[in-house]
Design a protein around this ligand. Structure first.
Ligand code: CO8
Length: 263
């Protein structure tokens, strides 16, 4: 099997006040995704996931695109046996949803195909007014392969997902918010500052509590209500073992801000 090298030169990352920023910056501003690019994104996310000072990770793209999907100039070279052998949509793709730290997709411009799928792998999507989402694979003789048929259907329901996937048409930011694909739309001019405020708020929470909350919500997404309620209860009970649980309530009673120990 051929070894895939992470395209680290297309991923810029930095941290500020407990927030880690991972910026997709391919030479082509549309950020076409390839196996090596995804590996580099995954490596950056895993690095910050292990950093105890980081309470929120934000994935962003360029002004033109979060990512316009698979690099079609690379994908055209593949055939059935080569995608199987390369595990084309496994390395990296399967690791991003395993990140424990809250992770936001901040989408400006296009999030299409694999780009929309990557955004949906994050905990939620924040979009600028000009963002456009879609699964246009059908237009290029394919179908979504990195979770598009599954995650989009769970997020916006069967009818709207069928419409998007069978037509390949784009979904505007406003429509995406109405349908539940996007958590919030920020005005273009205020996008960067509003996203920063939001990410800082999440990063300022107790880190283990945020991870437990994220885990509990993800159970709802993946299993039955009965199993989810059982799992939530166990996770809720486990918060009683944390110092931050005591501190949170004590701070409320003493009418002061909590000082999280993240333990
Ligand atoms: N891959 C490679 N090159 C691309 C891609 C792409 N996905 N999208 C655009 N480009 C290139 C164009 O070929 C063009 O190059 P050049 O200047 O050399 O001609 C340049 O980027 C600019 O593109 P446009 O002129 O088309 O720019 P516009 O602003 O007019 O349009 C669009 C922007 C609407 C985004 C348009 O480029 C477009 O429709 N792109 C294709 C989108 C698409 O079909 N995406 C889905 C791909 S399939 C997929 O994502 C499956 C995921 C599987 C997992 C991935 C595994 C790694």
């Amino acid at each position: 099997m051929s070894i895939i090298n992470p395209k680290t030169k297309w991923v810029k990352s930095w941290s500020e006040d407990g927030v880690a920023w991972i910026k997709l910056c391919h030479d082509n501003q549309l950020n076409p995704l390839s196996a090596g690019f995804i590996l580099a994104i995954k490596e950056a996310a895993e690095k910050y996931d292990k950093d105890p000072n980081i309470g929120c990770i934000v994935l962003i793209g360029s002004e033109k695109a979060f990512a316009a999907g698979a690099d079609l100039k690379e994908m055209v070279k593949h055939n059935y046996s080569s995608v199987l052998e390369a595990r084309y949509i496994e390395n990296g793709w399967l690791d991003i949803p395993k990140i424990q730290t809250p992770i936001i997709a901040g989408v400006k411009g296009y999030a299409l195909g694999g780009g929309c799928e990557l955004a949906m792998m994050c905990d939620f999507i924040i979009a600028s007014e000009d963002a456009k989402f879609g699964q246009p694979e059908i237009n290029i003789g394919a179908i979504p392969g990195a979770g598009g048929t599954q995650r989009l259907t769970k997020l916006i329901g069967k009818s709207k997902a069928m419409l998007a996937i069978l037509t390949g048409d784009m979904i505007s930011a406003v429509e995406a918010e109405k349908a539940g694909l996007v958590a919030k739309v920020f005005k273009n001019k205020e996008f960067d500052s509003s996203l920063k405020v939001l990410a800082s708020k999440i990063a300022s929470q107790s880190k283990p509590m945020a991870k437990l909350a994220k885990q509990a919500v993800n159970v709802a997404y993946e299993t039955t209500l009965e199993e989810g309620i059982r799992s939530e209860r166990a996770l809720f009970y486990s918060t009683f073992s944390l110092q931050d649980h005591v501190e949170g309530m004590q701070a409320f009673i003493e009418k002061r801000k909590p000082k999280w120990k993240n333990k």
